[in-house]
Write a protein that binds this ligand. Structure first.
Ligand code: ZN
Length: 391
């Protein structure tokens, strides 16, 4: 299962992730080994339960009785660096997001603008499986923490997160982390998986796992990482990558290969289903997959993938932004399009209220009804301005 981590940049995501999983999602070198997104950082945690003490935990030992708690579920936490990237990622990767943790720091006024924008994104997507985590409660008095807790309740009123559990934690000292695990278990159910449709995975990262100077006979094929949206992948499956390899001036070239191995953070898999992030070993020349060169491609059985498109028609809804004016898109305006795991620049070719057409610089492989995040240039930066669904 995939759970997004949302909240203001300084609201303790990294500490909570470390408390839940024992890792930093910031560690890029660690990520590199595992096959994950440059934009979707992730770390896995096992949610465990001690039947004797009736306590939840994320550690292998029950903090109370010292016994061995049983594993209930494995969860992948998704994070992304920076506020704009995070919002864009959450929107474009919403098809793999099963729930969210919304972090709100107790030592700042609630809501901070970024927190409000994240709640807007959750509202847009209609993600109702939310656990709110009130972080850094050790930095305020008990009275202030209670007052802040009530402010959070007020802030969530009328949103998708109204009534969501609010768990106060001190992540750095592991205090109440077990209660976060309990809230996840109780409030974020594993969705029903579609195992029987043809598999569909969007590559969030691709790489070469071979060390420099390795013997030719031991070279491993190219590896891609991502999350299955539907279906099942097995070793030995024949697969296709679309759009494929970019060729200068000639458009992309589709790739055919075979699944040679499947891995999740816990180890090798015989077959993979949707939920959680996986790495897929292939027979490809690893030079084709290195440096995320295949990120954004769709993977599936030959002939089953969505169409490859150079222009998208998208239903358009603006996103209310607090820090800048956000008028409707203009014909000729450059726009960054994020859909599934691909991000490409495009130009608005037509706009009428509620619909925008965008001509893309790089083709994408997407079906109808995929959620698209659109960013426009504001000053020197790309800022999320709107969203929609492909038609
Ligand atoms: Zn116990």
């Amino acid at each position: 299962m995939n759970i997004g981590l949302l909240g203001h940049v300084d609201h303790g995501k990294t500490s909570l992730t470390r408390a839940l999983t024992g890792k930093w999602t910031d560690t890029h070198s660690e990520e590199l080994k595992r096959g994950i997104s440059i934009r979707l950082g992730y770390a896995d945690a096992d949610i465990r339960y001690c039947p004797k003490c009736k306590e939840y935990t994320v550690s292998e030992k029950c903090e109370k009785c010292g016994g061995k708690p049983e594993v209930k579920r494995r969860v992948s936490f998704l994070d992304a660096p920076g506020h704009e990237t995070l919002m864009t990622t959450v929107l474009s990767a919403s098809s793999i997001m099963d729930g969210a943790l919304l972090l709100i720091s107790a030592n700042e006024e609630c809501p901070q603008p970024q927190t409000a924008e994240h709640l807007t994104v959750l509202n847009i997507l209609g993600i109702k499986n939310i656990v709110v985590v009130q972080t850094k409660v050790d930095l305020v008095s008990k009275e202030q923490a209670l007052e802040h807790y009530n402010k959070i309740k007020e802030f969530l009123k009328g949103s998708v997160a109204e009534g969501a559990p609010i768990i106060p934690v001190v992540a750095n000292h592991g205090i109440n982390v077990g209660e976060v695990a309990r809230a996840i278990e109780e409030s974020i159910p594993t969705p029903k998986r579609d195992k029987d449709s043809p598999p569909l995975l969007y590559i969030s990262r691709s790489f070469d796992v071979n060390k420099p100077g390795v013997e030719v006979s031991t070279i491993k094929g190219g590896v891609v990482g991502g999350s299955l949206l539907r279906g099942t992948l097995k070793t030995g499956d024949k697969i296709e990558f679309l759009p494929g390899i970019e060729r200068e001036g000639k458009g992309p070239k589709p790739i055919s290969t075979e699944v040679t191995s499947l891995m999740c953070e816990g180890g090798a898999l015989k077959e993979a289903h949707s939920g959680g992030l996986i790495a897929v070993g292939t027979t490809l020349d690893p030079s084709l997959t290195k440096g995320d060169s295949l990120a954004g491609c769709a993977v599936g059985t030959p002939g089953s993938l969505p169409p490859v498109l150079g222009e998208l028609e998208i239903s358009y809804s603006p996103i209310e932004r607090t820090e800048f004016d956000n008028p409707p898109p203009k014909v000729g305006e450059p726009i960054v399009v994020s859909v599934q795991t691909s991000t490409t620049v495009g130009v608005v070719s037509a706009y009428k209220k509620g619909t925008v057409r965008i001509k893309l610089k790089k083709q994408v492989c997407v079906g109808k009804d995929s959620t698209v995040a659109l960013s426009r240039r504001v000053g020197q930066r790309w800022r999320l301005c709107g969203w929609g669904k492909t038609r």
